[in-house]
Design a binder for this molecule. Sequence first.
Ligand code: ING
Length: 312
Amino acid sequence: MPRIVTIGAAQVGPIARQDSRQAVVARLVALMEQAAAKGCDLVVYPELTLTTFFPRWFMADQDEIDQFFERAMPSPATQPLFDASKRLGVGFYLGYAELIEEAGRTCRFNTTVLVDKSGGIVGKYRKVHLPGHAEHEPWRAFQHLEKRYFEIGNLGFGVNRAFGGNVGMCICNDRRWPETYRVMGLQDVELVLIGYNTPYHNPPAPEHDRLGDFHNRLVMQSGAYQNATWVVGVAKAGREEGCDLIGGTCIIAPTGEIVAEARSLDDELVVARCDLDDCVSYKRTTFNFGLHRQPQAYSLIVERKGAVAPKG
Ligand code: ING
């Protein structure tokens, strides 16, 4: 019996700084209703989907920064999305900025939740690889202050039983690091969900800009093939508050092939029927980890943070 999950990758176009959460949630619900009409089981939204990508600005005032965070999930503003999920029988992945009192202090994470078809939260992930910088760098056309506004995620890279398979989550910059996929691959992941906000321009390395779309596909296709898993990458896209974000929302099979992709830089639903059993032939042969991997040769990957060149 094939294990088909029909997935709706819900690319979201620009969100203005002044857009209310209610207005954004209405767009997300509209995408979910489109997905339900196309028979989707699961809708995947981008990273930090409830607001504009606020790390592009330096803000000194913590109260101003905290306006972009959610203190509860669901919250009154997001409850309509959970209600729609239950009404339509469609699960979802949602990225948002999480503010929580934990371990006796206020913590702030770049977070996603996985919600099942009954509208219940079945998984949570907090972004581990925070790109950018921690201090104001006025020379940049725009800031990328994730290292300032968020803590490093403390939940690891978990894989949840959901939608009839093994489902993992990560966020944006995580997708560029092979360790992300491999840790989930070692938990037999069959579907990796990834939301992202990726500017076309990277101020420290403008010579990379022309390759932004290629690198986006490269890292997700590699992650899929090398870990025998489906990968769904979903963009917040378009010119958002003067900053151009790439699109490239796509659904990638365990073969590494892109089976569906977005054509616009706006709200756009990309749909594919994903058979989780397509992972099996690779997990049993080429990427049979138990048969072929040699962890004793890989110790540097865990023991060493930065590269150290050989002497001489
Ligand atoms: N955005 C970007 C990403 O990793 C980036 C940051 C852009 C890093 C381009 C390197 C090159 O897609 C987020 N939000 O991580």
